[in-house]
Design a protein around this ligand. Structure first.
Ligand code: GDP
Ligand code: ZN
Length: 347
């Protein structure tokens, strides 16, 4: 079991909120998510920009032209740093007075963000410009809970990145259990989300993960203890990230309390993120929620009512198909639970 009371717990989900306008799920377009540029960067080619590899208070560490260096973050940006600058950002520097200062942040292609635990109206950036976000889950320790996956997928898709699921620690299961556990994730496979069974311990699935991340910028997200650090080390042993109790208790040097970008060479970047328990449903409405269940669209055409929410209306084809097993019952149940969460003003 995970222990509470670590730094990572500040990532706890405070509230599900309603409100907001209908938005498409395929872009980082949620009002307060800052995808925008900062400074005079209109003509800067991202390939000429430095990349943010970690962020500290009032400064950040950058990587550019095979070199790592520190850079001061101007106060106006530093005071809203968690929502204005992210690991993975492409930036330009200003060294005119002999000190390396952040001069501009380029517009982001994608973001991964979550509501600030203290102020859910403010989005905190976890990472920027990610191609793929891998949601790492584990079996047994901690056990696989597919119902958490739906929230993660929504958060990932909202930021514009592609989602993948990695099920780690499958060495803890026998063949029968393994087949059964992995089958519970079939609905996600059907949606085109890659599902990779993996065991760092047995060296399984690592080649498949490596193929998935090759040449891309990928972030690993998930609860702490599922094996994110172990996976990063397995993908590249040079990383040598502390794993297990030591780093989770926060006594180790490499405590994962903020995101860090690792350059694996060949255009592959991996971002380590803090253990995230849950993503918020910030600014999500019943209407937008439906966008994240694309498998409901076709059967939804046969619902008696045009504006069927697929919750309690008579003649709902989505509900009927979930009951008959034509649609995934688990996905339908996830939809109902999320809809219920949305209808609670604050939790
Ligand atoms: P993180 O908090 O997500 O970064 O997780 P860690 O990488 O620190 O791993 C948490 C614990 O799970 C450690 O004790 C690891 O040794 C263990 N672990 C990681 N991967 C595996 C695996 O594939 N199989 C088993 N049995 N244990 C694993
Ligand atoms: Zn319906």
């Amino acid at each position: 079991m995970k222990k509470r009371g670590r730094e990572n717990d500040e990532w706890d989900e405070p509230a599900a909120r309603r409100g907001g306008k209908r938005r498409k799920p395929d872009a980082a377009d949620d009002g307060a998510i800052e995808t925008g540029a900062w400074g005079d960067v209109a003509n800067v080619d991202p390939r000429d920009a430095a990349i943010v590899i970690s962020i500290g208070s009032g400064r950040c560490r950058l990587f550019h032209e095979e070199r790592e260096f520190d850079c001061m973050v101007p106060p106006e940006l530093a005071k809203r740093q968690k929502s204005a600058l992210a690991v993975g950002d492409r930036v330009v520097t200003d060294t005119s007075d002999g000190v390396c200062r952040l001069g501009g942040v380029l517009a982001r292609r994608t973001v991964l963000s979550r509501p600030d635990p203290l102020n859910p109206r403010v989005q905190r950036l976890i990472a920027a410009n990610i191609d793929v976000v891998i949601h790492v889950v584990s079996v047994k320790a901690p056990p696989l809970r597919p119902r958490l996956i739906d929230r993660f997928l929504i958060a990932i898709q909202r930021g514009g990145a592609q989602a993948a699921i990695c099920v780690n620690k499958i060495d803890l299961l026998d063949d029968i259990e393994r087949a059964r556990e992995l089958a519970t994730l079939d609905p996600y496979r059907a949606l085109g989300v890659p599902v990779i069974g993996c065991s760092v311990k047995a060296g399984e699935g690592i080649a498949e993960l490596r193929a998935l991340v090759e040449g891309k910028t990928c972030a690993l997200v998930g609860h702490s203890g599922v094996g994110k650090s172990s996976i990063l080390n397995a993908l590249d042993e040079r990383l040598d990230i502390a794993t297990g109790e030591l780093h989770r208790r926060g006594t180790g040097r490499h405590t994962t309390t903020a995101s860090t970008l690792h350059d694996l060479g060949g255009g592959t970047y991996l971002i380590d993120t803090p253990g995230i328990r849950e993503f918020g449903l910030w600014n999500l409405t019943l209407e937008t929620l439906r966008d994240y269940f694309p498998e409901f669209a076709e059967p939804g055409e046969y619902c008696r009512f045009n504006d069927c929410t697929h919750l309690h209306e008579p003649g709902c084809a989505v509900k009927e198909r979930a009951e008959s097993g034509e649609l995934s019952r688990a996905r339908y149940d996830a939809y109902v639970r999320l809809a219920e969460d949305l209808s609670q003003p604050s939790r």
